[in-house]
Design a binder for this molecule. Sequence first.
Ligand SMILES: Nc1nc2c(ncn2[C@@H]2O[C@H](COP(=O)(O)OP(=O)(O)OP(=O)(O)O)[C@@H](O)[C@H]2O)c(=O)[nH]1
Ligand SMILES: Nc1nc2c(ncn2[C@@H]2O[C@H](COP(=O)(O)OP(=O)(O)OP(=O)(O)O)[C@@H](O)[C@H]2O)c(=O)[nH]1
Ligand SMILES: [Mg+2]
Ligand SMILES: [Mg+2]
Lengths: 279, 292
Amino acid sequence: LTGRRPVDDELFDELEELLIQADLSIHTSTKLVDSLREAARRERLKESDEIKDRLKTLLVQILAEGDGHGIELPTERPAVYLFVGVNGVGKTTTIAKLAYRFKKSGMRVILSAADTFRAAAIDQLEIWANRVGVEIIKHQHGADPGAVVFDSIQAALARKADVVLVDTAGRLHNKTNLMEELKKVGRIVQKALGRDPDEVILVLDATTGQNAVTQAREFMNVVPLTGIALSKIDGTAKGGIVVTIKDELGLPIKLAGSGEQLDDLDDFRPQDFVEALFG
Amino acid sequence: SLSDKLQNVFQKLRSRGGLTEQEVNDALREVRLVLLEADVNYKVVKDFVGRVKERAIGEDILKGLNPAQQVIKIVNEELVGLLGGEQAKLKVSDRPPTVMMVAGLHGAGKTTNVAKLALMYKKQGKRPLLVAGDVYRPAAIMQLRTLGEQIGVDVFDIGDKQDAVAVAGAAMHHARSNGNDFVLIDVAGRLHIDEEMMSELKRLRSSIDVTEVLLVVDAMTGQDAVNVAQQFNEALEIDGVIMTKMDGDARGGAALSIKAVTGKPIKLIGTSEKMDGLEPFYPDRMASRILG
Ligand SMILES: Nc1nc2c(ncn2[C@@H]2O[C@H](COP(=O)(O)OP(=O)(O)OP(=O)(O)O)[C@@H](O)[C@H]2O)c(=O)[nH]1
Ligand SMILES: Nc1nc2c(ncn2[C@@H]2O[C@H](COP(=O)(O)OP(=O)(O)OP(=O)(O)O)[C@@H](O)[C@H]2O)c(=O)[nH]1
Ligand SMILES: [Mg+2]
Ligand SMILES: [Mg+2]
């Protein structure tokens, strides 16, 4: 796909192949390449570079369109952010990174250890709390996650904390009882705060394929998702499925995790992401 | 389903004999779409569809009575054959202990599934030892300890201030003096492009006599599965794969990609977070799942 070449079917096929290999859905890939063909015909585009740039523009448009892209604290305090997602995607580590960012900017942060199920989940979050220098609210292993969240919010109100970051257990979205448990946690936040959580972040692993769309849909059904944190973009997977998710579900991508350390978290930048797709 | 889609392609056929090239290509296009939707790697799909086409034309089935069913039959046979044909067993060392090591990307399920392996051997009357070789991740050793306690299997660790190779070496001494016949080593998640961490794995493999290296892969892995599997295989010469989180609804096409590209078999699947959630890999069941 480098250098000048004719604008022909072979070029369009290769662009479609690039998108699919980046884990965009077939539907999104075909749709985008069809728009390219149409644009090429209508505007008589003759340069392959023009086609490539047009594709990049289309991708950035999908990703950048609409609101809700940043992580901005609301005026009400404490802000409560819920982190959800399937097993092993990077929820706990992403929370640690965001806590670090907020702490550096002078905020008072409380971590809520609401994964009361997985072996050593609370220990893991506690180590991060100590490293970052923030407080943690935890109960014993096996406790009700809703009770931990409720407690955390009460503590945040009493201590005038700026933000509560809630860690939840990984759960596969096809497990009804686990999704019901999450719905209940969401309701408890509503009751304790008098409003929805300020952010409900779905953490997605960049190595995930088409199943990420189902994950987004199913989690949207039980909690009011406000955006996505795309983790592990430091690998070789492109994470292109977020383009499909943004296009079909409208969920903004807010954050990108690029490593295992506290400073490996950035705001999601559509331009950089699209450049990396072609990288 | 693929069956319905192919019936659609071929339904105009019923009143006349023989297929046009267009109809063959339409049928193959449906097969291609199903596999891509299932996360099978793009290039693997291309090769696979090519093989199906060869057989479809070669077997002259397209002039037969029910071409849709015959194409499905070929697709299924090719898929099952590619996935390994039949169940692949775990290795046992002829000079005990049998040493097994898991490896793979972050969060794939190594710690959880190496513990499940330990329980499996314990239930077989063996004396397994778990080794806490992840000296990096916060509370990784604690996680393995907790699982070990749950299943009643000893966990060996020397803390997280020593490097993984030192842990493994010490573990082997302990295993020999303790009479453990299976040593199961947990290691940290790592990227296949992280040279330093990949070299740690190589050093682990060469410093102790590892009988079986199992690449642990998440069933929801997309197109990147081939890169990961290829790199881990080149670095380590893996013996097999554990595909985890198969209790989800990901189609698991990565299984086909990995087998096609490395030739190494999927040996086990993880089917729950619980310690009894480890099952043998059945190629025919996986084929049905991939085809949706
Ligand atoms: N390379 C890389 N690794 C990451 C990133 N984010 C998380 N990880 C690693 O991924 C693994 C899993 O991270 P966790 O934070 O425990 O994931 P989780 O979603 O909380 O997992 P469960 O609670 O078990 O569902 C750990 O080894 C992390 O260090 C990232 O952006 N890049
Ligand atoms: N549902 C389900 N969850 C699983 C399965 N295997 C592992 N998990 C979960 O996946 C998450 C990650 O598992 P770990 O064992 O911590 O993964 P890991 O590869 O050791 O992670 P790192 O050490 O950080 O690289 C945990 O929440 C596990 O409970 C499985 O087969 N099914
Ligand atoms: Mg976690
Ligand atoms: Mg682990």
